[in-house]
Write a protein that binds this ligand. Structure first.
Ligand SMILES: Cc1cc2nc3c(=O)[nH]c(=O)nc-3n(C[C@H](O)[C@H](O)[C@H](O)COP(=O)(O)O)c2cc1C
Length: 183
């Protein structure tokens, strides 16, 4: 088993999601001591505080996956200049009941891709606010805001040659961040 297991949270449910493609491609740039698993968020209930004492199995599963991971990787689209509701719903579900926030202390990175020119910049900033409140130490720099363009991924789903160094640099910094902050 890899020393560092990373829970990857992709904020899009879309079959051909660019963000899922980005998640699948960037993890190939990590060293062998890191392994990555995308967590399922499409079967979570809409968060309802009345359910705190009796959380759904899907919520318990997500919380266990987060708690057993050494780090988190958020890969988010931008919806209407913020994060998608499905991502916020997953974050809220795993943050409760009060005092049992599964995210607390887990080192995290935030990346994203959109079709717009500012490439999820505003969504990422909104997400950082939420993560700060949840006591998630989040890599500040480098930031990456990616606009979906031809050639970003090659035919095998790897990062294309033009963007590889840029994303490798981000991954190297993320790896160092997780190693520094993992419990
Ligand atoms: C409801 C909705 C709102 C959107 N708002 C934005 C936005 O604020 N900024 C942006 O760059 N793209 C926006 N887009 C376009 C997304 O960048 C595009 O749909 C992208 O493919 C979503 O990510 P995905 O491919 O991972 O699903 C929006 C798309 C949807 C469906």
């Amino acid at each position: 088993m890899s020393k560092y297991q990373i829970a990857v949270v992709v904020g899009s449910l879309r079959k051909d999601s660019f963000n899922r493609k980005l998640a699948n491609a960037i993890v190939k740039l990590a060293p062998p001591e890191f392994s990555f698993k995308q967590v399922q968020i499409n079967d979570l209930p809409l968060y309802n505080q009345d359910d705190d004492a009796n959380q759904a199995e899907s919520v318990k599963r997500l919380k266990n996956e987060i708690k057993s991971a050494q780090g988190i990787l958020f890969v988010t689209p931008e919806y209407n200049r913020s994060i998608p509701g499905v991502l916020k719903n997953a974050i809220d579900n795993a943050s409760r009941p009060y005092g049992q926030n599964a995210w607390a202390g887990k080192p995290a990175g935030v990346i994203g891709i959109s079709i717009g020119v500012i490439g999820t910049a505003i969504a990422q900033q909104h997400l950082r606010n939420v993560l700060a409140f949840l006591n998630i130490p989040t890599l500040g720099q480098p930031e990456i805001f990616i606009q979906a363009k031809d050639g970003l991924f090659d035919e095998s789903g790897n990062i294309g040659a033009d963007s590889k160094q840029f994303l490798q640099n981000w991954m190297d910094k993320y790896v160092a961040w997780v190693k520094k902050h993992a419990a």
